[in-house]
Write a protein that binds this ligand. Sequence first.
Ligand code: F6P
Length: 326
Amino acid sequence: MGRIKCIGILTSGGDAPGMNAAIRAVTRSAIYNGFKVKGIYRGYKGLVFNEIKEFGTQNVSNIIQQGGTILKTARCEEFLTPEGREVAFENYKKEGLDALVIIGGDGSLTGARIFAEEFDVPCIGLPGTIDNDLSGTDTTIGYDTALNTIIEAVDKIRDTATSHERLFFIEVMGRDAGFLALNGAIASGAEAAIIPEFATEVDQLEELIKHGFRKSKNSSIVLVAESPKTGGAMHYAERVKNEFPGYEVRVSILGHLQRGGRPTAHDRILASRLGAAAIDAIKDGQRNVMIGIENDEIVNVPFSKAIKKDKPIKTELVDVLKELSI
Ligand code: F6P
């Protein structure tokens, strides 16, 4: 492997608050350490369609506080094919890139892993997803901000739920992971969370009713992770209407508002640390790892581990929610 002089950076998959702080950190840290930096637009699409531009420190001024990603993002169909990746590699070489920093979730890091293997390209990943579903890192860029957005919304819904004495199913993001639903429920004082991790084990609705979740209350809030495994909030509302009539049920789907907004201090600091650590990793000759954080220490996680989709839900959190919702 030749000496690395120029680093390409891209954001891919669903955006997450704090991605801009990460772009800023990677860019500034790279330049500080004598590397050239190029911004790649629209995720892997930018590599396939050659939308690449050199970045100076000024390109990342005034973005640490902004949600979204100044590099734009996309889920790139072309990059899923060997032909598309071939074109991406041609452009990679043409632009004089020697390494890539990819900020995104499991799909994006899976793409990085394949690209790295096929073309011997040094790739460093940063965990950028509100879902917090990457293994080997305690948390991901955007997760804390999304959680805060969720609790703000749930606090508001609780006002009307209480006034009308209703049962609300509130659907939150998380695709196949219950972290947002579970911790969102704890932080907003919700009565329960329905999460994909337990979808096949128990009937989570029956459990709720069995535990008399509404005995002493005049309103109830249940957070449901959007996932084919749970069936989503509408599914549970329908079931309650049919199986447990007597409850006045409403549904609220929070949707993409969870992905926007100014990143919290936590996400800005996390993104800054991980971004700087990505450049340290490149300097150390690391490749094909995601930079994560464990017990407040930076860790390098092989892509194969990061994308395994086996991050456990702590049973302690499940118990806390159950105990505190009586
Ligand atoms: O991966 C992040 C995520 O926000 C998931 O929680 C959600 O299921 C998905 O993206 C939504 O994706 P899109 O914006 O493409 O609809």
